[in-house]
Design a binder for this molecule. Structure first.
Ligand SMILES: C[S@@+](CC[C@H](N)C(=O)[O-])C[C@H]1O[C@@H](n2cnc3c(N)ncnc32)[C@H](O)[C@@H]1O
Length: 332
């Protein structure tokens, strides 16, 4: 396949992924075809690449997943669809509001395909935006370098950094207009999304955008029957919003000030109900990922089942802690 046709094939597949009328099956086929296209260009073949290459690394604010894990993110149909759709909308919004060109966009944790930059670049007019790529795993940066050249997209890309986004300082004199980072698991566990946001958001130029715009974690009590029912409403009870992550979020000493205080009612039935964290991701404006839309939104247990019984009638304090193993914690 010639490089020009590789770029136009990728555009056709991305159009199919993004089209409003596409079914889930068509979107699924599109992301698989994109993976095949990248493999045919000799970039990163998710079926045959050795998984040991580009191993996961532990960092001060959470762990960076392996190259293979990051490549596989492409196949999470709705995650990929919604992120690409939201990023294109965010770029268009900045282009409308900020006459200075080109926009400078940093993709922090780009993975081996720099998916969140390469696909949006296909919808950007040449000279209006420059994507800079950063990943802590050297093999990912080597792979994206090859991919950009193979797709003849060099004009849309600036610098490539092998660096830790938790400590990275924007080195350029030009303003940083947008940061994109998808370095998270549901309930903001284990991966460094929070630490990366806390470092990079303050480096944005005025009016700059951090994508996702907001990540919210709520506490729900969930009845055991929830997953067997079409209508969830009678089986889940909202308690409180525990945490919101966006460009304004501030921490002290790696720990948020008290996030939320929750009293577990005396009548709470521990045999029927479980406390869970629900994660909502606003990629940009009304482009969102919600309950079970992707692995990032699967509810996860907040308190061990065996512990719940001893907590009835007590008050719990929830807080977020940035460590090598970050996450929401609670104490009495
Ligand atoms: C979940 S993958 C997402 C890949 C790609 N952005 C996408 O959405 O398809 C996260 C990526 O972030 C990188 N990463 C995680 N923590 C990082 C850090 N602190 N600094 C730089 N890169 C990091 C990992 O190496 C991995 O490539």
């Amino acid at each position: 396949m010639t490089t020009t046709s590789a770029q136009s094939t990728l555009k056709t597949l991305t159009d199919r992924l993004l089209a409003n009328e596409s079914s889930w099956g068509e979107r699924r086929q599109a992301v698989h075809d994109i993976a095949e296209l990248f493999a045919s260009l000799g970039i990163y073949d998710i079926h045959t690449n050795e998984r040991e290459i580009g191993a996961a690394v532990n960092l001060s604010g959470g762990y960076a997943i392996s190259s293979w894990g990051a490549a596989m993110c492409l196949l999470e149909v709705k995650r990929t669809y919604i992120f690409i759709k939201g990023i294109i909308a965010a770029i268009q919004s900045l282009q409308r509001n900020q006459p200075n060109k080109p926009l400078h966009i940093l993709d922090a944790g780009c993975g081996p395909f720099a998916l969140l930059s390469v696909l949006p670049a296909l919808y950007v007019e040449k000279g209006t935006a420059t994507f800079h790529l950063l990943d802590v795993i050297p093999e990912n940066i080597a792979a994206v370098k090859k991919l950009i050249t193979a797709l003849q997209l060099d004009d849309f890309f600036g610098d490539l950094y092998i660096a830790d986004a938790i400590h990275f300082k924007w080195p350029k004199a030009v303003p940083l207009n947008m940061v994109i980072s998808e370095t998270m698991l549901n309930a903001l566990r284990k991966e460094p999304q929070v630490a990366i946001t806390l470092n990079l958001a303050p480096q944005l130029a005025p009016g700059g955008l951090f994508i996702p715009e907001n990540i919210r974690v709520d506490l729900y009590a969930v009845n055991n029957k929830l997953n067997q029912q079409q209508d969830r409403t009678p089986y889940e009870q909202f308690y409180t919003t525990l945490f919101q992550l966006n460009k304004y979020t501030q921490f002290e000493d790696g720990i948020t000030k008290q996030l939320a205080k929750v009293k577990i009612p005396e009548e709470f039935d521990c045999t029927q109900n479980r406390f869970m964290y629900y994660t909502f991701i606003k990629v940009f404006e009304n482009v969102v990922l919600e309950y079970n839309d992707s692995s990032l939104n699967i509810p996860c247990p907040a308190i061990k089942e065996s512990q719940q019984i001893g907590l009835v009638g007590k008050e719990l304090f929830f807080y977020y802690e940035v460590t090598e193993y970050p996450g929401i914690r609670w104490r009495l």
